[in-house]
Design a protein around this ligand. Structure first.
Ligand SMILES: [Zn+2]
Length: 253
């Protein structure tokens, strides 16, 4: 039996309790992005991250003992993708598993099969997200280098919420539905450019598949928003509409 009001009450109680000192310390030292965020957004994201830490199942693979700090570092980054959203809090993500090293790649098995990451992590249709702890740590270290494994794998997870991890997340507005064909055009353009050995601003890994394109553009959108807006203005506008934020403001000072 599932009582949503029970969950609401639990969340309220959690958010009314003071933010533990460990959170401030961990964010300061390990998630420098939080030092750049506007104060109100920072407070809201910490609240969301506390809920994710409390409600998700956390596991360690290959003998890794998952610490509270590790959960904070992962959750604090995961909720950045939800900065503009007031509904979803990863309720449909069963578990987050952390690994002590890079994860061995697995073969792709088509739709519904495992998604193969670049051995930094992976995300499974309707399933868990697995992350290499060293990769999570490195991804957080520089919030403006365009590379963040948590953003990448959580983007795959969001993409999978419509039942298919195919590069098109649930599009909730008519405007987004109208804009999305433009994203597919940009994907095709990237594939073409690489075929002709042209330099691309986006990480060439984005050309692997529409799903990778979505995950890589998400990383660029949150870590290099000004660059994405300059080099791919339409993609930027579409992703700003999808995520309902403009991360350029975070990096202005
Ligand atoms: Zn991927």
């Amino acid at each position: 039996m599932f009582f949503p009001w029970g969950r609401r009450a639990r969340r309220q109680k959690l958010l009314q309790s003071p933010v533990p000192a460990l959170w401030e310390e961990t964010l300061e030292h390990q998630v420098p992005l939080y030092g750049l965020l506007p104060a109100d957004l920072r407070t809201r994201l910490i609240g969301k991250a506390r809920i994710v830490v409390a409600e998700r199942i956390w596991g360690g693979g290959d003998g890794l003992a998952v610490t509270e700090e590790m959960k904070i570092v992962v959750a604090a980054q995961a909720v950045v993708l939800l900065a503009g959203d007031e509904g979803y809090l990863y309720e449909r993500l069963p578990a987050i598993q952390l690994y002590p090293e890079y994860i061995a790649a697995r073969p792709r098995r088509g739709d519904g099969g495992p998604h193969v990451g670049v051995r930094l992590g992976d995300s499974w249709q309707g399933g868990n997200v697995r992350l290499s702890w060293p990769a999570v740590f490195e991804g957080a270290e520089d919030p403006q280098d365009g590379s963040n494994v948590v953003f990448h794998e959580m983007a795959h997870h969001l993409d999978s919420l419509d039942g298919q991890m195919g590069g098109e997340p649930p599009l909730t507005t008519e405007s987004l539905q109208k804009r999305w064909p433009g994203v597919k055009v940009e994907f095709q353009r990237l594939v073409q450019q690489l075929m002709h050995n042209r330099q691309t601003w986006l990480d060439p890994y984005a050309a692997e598949s529409p799903a990778e394109f979505f995950a890589v553009v998400t990383e660029a959108f949150f870590e290099e928003p000004a660059g994405l807006a300059e080099h791919h203005p339409e993609l930027f506008t579409t992703f700003a509409e999808l995520y309902r934020v403009d991360p350029r403001a975070w990096f202005e000072q």
